[in-house]
Design a protein around this ligand. Structure first.
Ligand code: URA
Length: 246
């Protein structure tokens, strides 16, 4: 038995799933599995390796894993270290654990960036084959027409050789006709090519004036203020696992 093994009831209660008593009930009702098999009362699990599910949803059992959501302000960079000494997202999330940002946001882009030390989750959230939705609010110059929205979500626009960049959803939220016109729009994309939103909107004739990411898969920026970060809840981590098939 490895020294990492702990009682399943304790794992469930420390993950915030249920009190110890309620955890026992979940187990006796057959709603908990360990590595695909019905869990037993009193069972011990390796919290780092075993896969525990409640009603089919995987829960994070590893107490060493950290999951954060940060609202990246403009001017902060997403790489782990900057030789030029600029502020990075890791300077803001001052944690002892070696977390890394999940994907990137441009220096000028604001909004939601996840950070974690869960390598498998990082891989799945950033690999294009998992098609994780990222949602952005873009303020652009000019008045965006319905036809442009249809182009962005239909054939897409060419930003380089190869496949065009497409949004899976796009809608206009606000238009202002003064001073040549401005439009605020919301776009959802699966892909993460560099500057993809800025390049596709520039190509469509609407250079981006401000870009904020408001969602990554099931996680929303919510009311987090620029420069603030928070720990993801157990339910949010479970939802992320579900999104990428963990
Ligand atoms: N698209 C962009 O243009 N910039 C980002 O930071 C993310 C997506």
């Amino acid at each position: 038995m490895s020294s990492e093994e702990v009682r399943l009831q304790k794992v469930l209660s420390s993950a915030g799933i249920a009190s110890r008593r309620a955890a026992e009930e979940l187990i006796t009702q057959g709603r908990v599995t360990v590595n695909g098999k019905a869990a037993r009362l009193g069972q011990r699990v390796d919290a780092e390796r075993d896969v525990v599910r409640v009603d089919g949803d995987r829960i994070s059992t590893d107490v060493k894993k950290r999951y954060y959501a940060l609202n990246k302000p403009e001017g902060v960079i997403t790489t782990s270290k900057d030789p030029g000494g600029r502020t990075t997202v890791l300077d803001i999330v001052g944690t002892e654990e070696r977390v890394v940002p999940v994907g990137r946001l441009d220096i000028a882009t604001e909004g939601l960036i996840l950070l974690t030390n869960d390598g498998e989750l990082v891989h799945r959230l950033t690999h294009p084959s998992f098609k994780v939705d990222k949602t952005y609010i873009a303020e652009v110059s000019g008045l965006v027409t319905h036809e442009t929205v249809r182009t962005l979500t239909g054939p897409g626009v060419r930003i380089e050789a190869g496949r065009p960049a497409k949004a899976s959803k796009a809608r206009v939220l606000q238009v202002s006709k003064s001073a040549g016109g401005r439009t605020v729009m919301e776009l959802t994309l699966h892909e993460g090519r560099r500057h993809v939103v800025r390049r596709m909107l520039a190509e469509a004739g609407h250079p981006v004036l401000r870009l904020v990411r408001t969602g990554v898969g099931p996680i929303s920026l919510g009311r987090l203020k620029p420069g603030d970060y928070r720990t993801l809840s157990t339910a949010e981590v479970t939802a992320l696992f579900k999104t990428v098939g963990l």
